[in-house]
Ligand binder design. Structure first.
Ligand SMILES: NC(=O)c1ccc[n+]([C@@H]2O[C@H](COP(=O)([O-])OP(=O)(O)OC[C@H]3O[C@@H](n4cnc5c(N)ncnc54)[C@H](O)[C@@H]3O)[C@@H](O)[C@H]2O)c1
Length: 340
């Protein structure tokens, strides 16, 4: 397949990054991965190469190391950048905000300065539905008011603002801010998947670690919310759909000007108990759980209005919650300790 061009993927060894690298290689892109492996493993990159042999190079580099980032970018012509690298644990960001502002915001500014010096201005950035705070209306459209409840969320919001300011100040930048809802699941092969280094913050990896025997039971944070079954509702989206969204976003950069935010979600919400039920079906056994206290800061119910993604990127999620659970379980059961 003729090369589409070369894309620099920061954070390409991580959960969403590794799946996106497979999708990019499958679509004929050459891929340059830059990752410091602070929350990932080089094995993930090896498995990406196994799943989709192609033109991939890997550099273990911290994004805040300007000279090292410059050296990677100078090694070969880069056509576009997908910027995943960042820390993402909400609780940890409350305890150590400076680490988050340094690793997420300062690192992004460093990357953008390096890119600007070389006139590389096509960027796709990993934003999050967390920038909508506690939305007044669902489904949430891109025009909804922005706010954030944690240093992690604010780091995403600040970075979005930086991109908007930059695109307004300097012609030529073409930036898609992809606001992911809740990526879960794993590659259908079961070879790559989410491998949190610490106790998982998110529901699905926790549920799957219970299923595989690494944890005793799940604690559901709150069973008395004003939802049909009393538990919080989120828009879970298969990571392979998210990966496909990035390939579509790169193709769409030619059609946009300046900076544009786009939701990546399915448009459907599922409650915690619905996820536990779907996961139990995929695993073939009940997932033990208890209902605990509400977790401070949790939003009651949110799901995406994904119509702009379809209009602008020609992309739409098509995998179901059952697909997400089946694929996540295939990964977890065949790799009970992740990449270790
Ligand atoms: N997973 C989600 O639920 C979710 C939701 C919304 C947004 N996001 C965002 O998407 C991006 C990817 O998320 P993920 O789930 O794949 O997380 P991840 O932790 O698996 O991947 C992030 C990658 O970035 C790398 N990294 C972190 N700081 C770095 C630095 N300073 N220099 C170089 N590499 C660095 C890590 O080693 C890791 O491989 C993140 O920016 C995250 O905030 C994730």
């Amino acid at each position: 397949m003729p090369s589409q061009g070369t894309v620099l993927v920061t954070g390409g060894a991580g959960f969403i990054g590794s799946h996106t690298c497979v999708a990019l290689l499958d679509a004929g892109w050459a891929v340059v991965v830059l990752d410091n492996l602070s929350n990932s493993s080089a094995v993930a990159v090896e498995r990406v190469e196994e799943l989709s042999p192609g033109d991939l190079t890997f550099h273990r580099v911290d994004l805040r190391d300007r000279a090292a980032v410059g050296a990677v970018v100078d090694e070969r012509p880069i056509d576009a950048v997908i910027h995943f690298a960042g820390l993402k644990a909400v609780g940890e960001s409350v305890v150590d905000p400076l680490r988050y502002y340094s690793n997420n915001v300062v690192a992004t500014v460093t990357l953008l300065e390096v890119l600007r010096e070389r006139e590389i201005r096509d960027v796709v950035f990993s934003s999050s539905c967390t920038v909508y705070g506690d939305p007044a209306n669902v489904p949430v459209a891109e025009s909804a008011p922005l706010s954030a409840a944690s240093p992690y969320g604010r780091s995403k919001l600040f970075i979005e603002e930086i991109f908007r300011d930059l695109a307004a100040a300097e012609p030529g930048w073409r930036v898609l801010l992809l606001r992911y809802f809740n990526p879960v699941g794993a590659h259908q092969s079961g070879r790559i998947g989410e491998d949190p280094h610490d106790v998982p913050n998110n529901l699905m990896p926790f549920v799957m670690q219970v299923a595989v025997g690494r944890r005793d039971r799940l604690t559901v944070f709150g069973g008395d919310y004003p939802t049909p079954d009393g538990t919080c509702i989120r828009d879970y989206i298969h990571v392979e759909d998210v990966a496909a969204g990035h390939v579509a976003a790169l193709d769409a950069l030619d059609r946009i000007e300046g900076c544009q935010a786009v939701n990546l979600g399915t448009g459907t919400g599922s409650s915690v108990l619905e996820v536990v039920q779907a996961a139990s079906k995929a695993v073939g056994a009940d997932i033990p759980f208890v209902i605990g206290a509400r977790r401070p800061g949790d939003v009651v119910a949110t799901w995406a209005d994904p119509s702009l993604a379809e209009e602008l990127l020609g992309w739409k999620a098509n995998r179901t919650l059952d697909d997400m659970c089946a694929d996540h379980w295939r990964w977890q059961s065949t790799n009970p300790d992740g990449y270790r």
